[in-house]
Design a protein around this ligand. Structure first.
Ligand SMILES: CC(C)(COP(=O)(O)OP(=O)(O)OC[C@H]1O[C@@H](n2cnc3c(N)ncnc32)[C@H](O)[C@@H]1OP(=O)(O)O)[C@@H](O)C(=O)NCCC(=O)NCCS
Length: 181
């Protein structure tokens, strides 16, 4: 953990800086499209945007978006982590891990039982994510590699929960589900 870095909910006025950091982190033309659609979506929640800051300078951002699990008996509200980006010059210093762990800690009081993501298979298990298929979940697309489809149980998680992840529409509008080509 980098002690001079703190994690907190993003202030609305920090959006331009946080957006820029995330775009720089990825170098992927799809990221600004996704971010701008998220920021203007019905599914945007100020309290689900987190930043890692040093002296109030944004170094990294992670967003969580309300989505759904289609369980056999009901639709269950869940969260999807995407995207997370750390400024390129400070990557691999523990800031991404600190941000994600700090955000997950802050989400412990929420009613959703799970946080899902598609991500680097070697990285997220270090932070407590598990392969979602082993927990009884199917991804939102056949284009999501099994090893990349992961879930993090929050306090309201019940291991009997099963079902298919259904993303909020914003991820489809941005064509940000699974791998293409
Ligand atoms: C992935 C990311 C959020 C991790 O944050 P970070 O602060 O750089 O990483 P941390 O220092 O907390 O953790 C380091 C670990 O992250 C993983 N990691 C970081 N960058 C990686 C990359 N390009 N490829 C694979 N694993 C990577 C590794 O497991 C690494 O451990 P190691 O250094 O022992 O190999 C950050 O590197 C980033 O923004 N990358 C570009 C955007 C991106 O890929 N976002 C996530 C998509 S799932």
């Amino acid at each position: 953990m980098t002690t001079d870095v703190s994690v907190r909910v993003m202030r609305p006025d920090e959006w331009p800086a946080a957006r820029a950091v995330c775009i720089d982190a990825f170098d992927d033309p799809g990221i600004p499209v996704l971010l701008d659609l998220q920021r203007t979506s019905w599914s945007w929640r100020d309290e689900l945007a987190f930043v890692a800051v040093r002296d109030d300078e944004v170094l990294a951002m992670v967003l969580f978006t309300p989505s759904f699990v289609d369980a056999p008996d009901r639709v269950v509200d869940v969260l999807v982590l995407s995207p997370v980006g750390v400024r390129p010059d400070v990557q691999r210093q523990g800031i991404g891990s600190q941000l994600i762990l700090g955000a997950l800690e802050a989400l412990r009081d929420r009613p959703e039982p799970l946080v899902f993501l598609e991500g680097i298979p070697d990285y997220y298990p270090k932070l407590g994510f598990r392969r979602a298929s082993t927990m009884g979940f199917t991804p939102a697309s056949t284009r999501v590699p099994d090893a990349a489809f992961m879930a993090y149980p929050l306090p309201h998680y019940d291991p009997s929960l099963r079902g298919a992840l259904a993303y909020a529409d914003v991820f489809w509008r941005a064509d940000a589900v699974g791998l293409r080509g």
